[in-house]
Structures are given as C-alpha cells and as structure tokens.
Ligand binder design. Structure first.
Ligand SMILES: [Zn+2]
Length: 358
C-alpha cells in the first residue's frame, strides 16, 4: 500500500490544496485544507478511500500557517485527539491566530494606502481578509520544533527546515532516506509562489524583505539532493533545480519590466502594477500585486538600480539615476531631478543608502 497519499481539498481561486497522508506510525497528515465544510468532506472521503477515519489521525504537521494549510487543524484535533507538531514560528502564529491575522490585515491596509492603492479598491477587496478570518482557526502545538529538528511521522524521520519567504512560517519536511520533501508553497510546479509582506514577527524587528529572503531560501533548497518535492498545490516537482532556475529567470524578467515602466518617470507601486497586469487583475487583487511589485522593487533597491522617494502621501520609485545629482562638464551639480530623494534599501527597515549616492 502507498505510504504517502495525496488528498485534494477544494479551495476557491486556485482549485485545490494538497493534504498529505503519511501511512505508518504515527498516522500523520501534513497540511489540512481550509476550515470549510467542503474541505472537511473531501478530507474524510480521501481517508475513507484508504480505509481510515478522521478519528484515526495521530499527528498533524502544517507546512506553514496559511489558512489552506492549517484551517482544519483544530477540527481534526477535536475529533481525533491528534498531536500537532509545527516549526516554532508556525506554532506561535497558530496560538494567536486571530490576533496575528488581524495585525497582518491592518498592516496591509496601511501598506496599500502608502503605495497608491485607491480607497475604493481597498474597500472592494476587504473580502480577501474576511475569507482568511472565516476559513482559519487558532491551533495549539504540542511539539514545537526548531530549525533542523527531526520528528517521526508516518513511519519515517522528517527533518524540519525553516524556509521563510512565501510566508514567515514556511518549513520543509525532509525525508532524507527517500530524498523526498514536503514543501508547502515554498516551490510550486504550476505557479510562482508569492512572498507576503506582513508586520515583523517581533516588535523590535523590521519588515522582512520577504522576496529577497525567499529567493535566498529557494537557492538553498535547489542545492539539496532531492528526487521529489511534494507541494501544497498541484503536482509534485521532480526537477527542483531546473524549476528554481526558471523561477529566478522569471524574477529577472519582471525586474526588467519594472525598470522599463520606470523609464516613463517615477511611479508608485500600484501604478507599476498597472504596467505589469491587466486593469482587472490590479483592481481585484491589489494585495497580491502590491506584494509582488514591492518584492521585486526590493531586489532592484538591493542592487541600487532603483531608488525610493518618500513623500507625505506615500512612496514613489524611480530609476536609480533619478536620485543621483548629475555633474556637468565643469563638475557642478546640474540640479537634475533629485526630488529630495533618499535611496533606501527597503521600505521600513531604515537602511539609508543616501550616503552611497553622493
Ligand atoms: Zn501559503
């Protein structure tokens, strides 16, 4: 009998989420689907096909805190008494889910305003956050794992590796013996993973440069000797090195498109999004497109190819040379459009690169 079984639960917008059943001791689920009746029905039907019931589950491990991966944890635990094991940061998020997701939501509102998204668009998309609130639930973690820890699940040893970027809580669960890893949304066959921009996990921290962190972690994963990556959505990945190369190429091209858009002059992140996606996409998915643009701007800021101009009503971005005083033949400043510009490497980290521009 198959030791690892994929159960797919329905999920709006991207069709389905994978729940991985690990047959063996202890009987384990990796990820759960969202907290919806449809997902629960699909999970129970999938277990029934294996001659199992929800009550039989002994261990649940989320790959990260997102609702489609953790939403049913509390339900499963309530029915089965299963233990929950999670990476420390996913455990922390789960324990304060409502509070943390509400903080993500209010941070996001300010982020969208700061980056030029009209109030009407913000209001029309409140449903995005309502959906997260309504399909998630707090969960308690019995076994809090640290990066590098090993846990026995479904008759095999899984090594947990922190790989934040797509979310702040991402983990890989690596079965070294079979060169297989459960990777959640860290790398997906069919779509380029997003990298969410959320408040720092701790009050003292600065906003993580999620996209930069993501690509760094993706490269670490590419260097691992894996035959198969079992993902959170869609089919398994069997050529992870090739796929990571493709994803990195896509990032380069998108950065280039942003630079091309900025040839027309400085723009805010939402205006840049309008150069990259259809009017319908930017109006219907403002959170995702702003995350996407800011992530790529972080890459360009990091290479000092773009600068950020902070005004009272928000940030605008320009090609790096907008921030550099140009010198004429006599060596005088021409007063070329500096706009009181400060080139900062990221939005809120306070890293000020203006010294490098002079
Ligand atoms: Zn996710």
């Amino acid at each position: 009998m198959e030791r690892t079984v994929r159960i797919q639960a329905p999920l709006p917008h991207i069709k389905s989420v994978n729940i991985w059943l690990l047959r063996g001791d202890p009987l384990t689920l990796i990820d759960t689907g969202p907290r919806t009746d449809e997902a629960l029905v699909a999970l129970e039907a999938g277990l029934e096909r294996e001659g199992l019931r929800l009550e039989d589950i002994e261990l649940v491990i989320p790959t990260h805190h997102h609702l489609d991966h953790s939403g049913l944890i509390a339900t499963i635990v309530g029915r089965s008494g299963a233990r929950v094991a999670a990476l420390d940061r996913a455990a922390e998020y789960g324990a304060r889910y409502l509070e943390r997701s509400a903080a993500d939501r209010s941070f996001s509102l300010e982020l969208l305003r700061h980056h030029g998204v009209p109030e009407s668009v913000i209001e029309a998309n409140e449903g995005f956050w309502d959906f997260i609130r309504d399909t998630s639930e707090a969960y308690e973690t019995d076994v809090v794992l640290s990066d590098g820890d090993v846990i026995t699940a479904g008759g095999r040893d899984l090594r947990i590796l922190a790989r934040p970027g797509h979310s702040t809580t991402d983990a890989l669960l690596v079965d070294d013996a079979s060169a297989t890893a459960f990777v959640g949304d860290h790398l997906l066959a069919g779509i380029s993973s997003n990298a969410e921009i959320v408040p720092a996990a701790e009050p003292t921290g600065s906003r993580p440069q999620a996209r930069i962190e993501y690509l760094g972690n993706l490269r670490r994963t590419a260097s691992m000797p894996l035959d198969q990556l079992l993902t959170g959505h869609g089919d398994p990945v069997t050529d992870h090195r090739g796929l990571v190369r493709r994803r990195i190429g896509e990032h380069r091209r998108r950065c280039q498109r942003i630079l091309t858009a900025l040839e027309e002059g400085p723009a805010n992140a939402y205006e840049i999004a309008g150069h990259l996606w259809s009017p319908r996409t930017v109006a219907e998915q403002p959170v995702l497109v702003v995350w996407e643009v800011l992530g790529h701007l972080d890459l360009l800021l990091d290479e000092t190819r773009v600068s950020e101009h902070k005004f009272d009503d928000g940030s605008r971005y320009g090609k790096a040379w907008f921030s550099l005083p140009e010198r004429n033949a006599r060596g005088d400043d021409t007063g070329a459009p500096s706009l009181g510009v400060r080139a900062t490497s990221t939005l809120y980290s306070g890293v000020d690169r203006s010294a490098e521009s002079e």
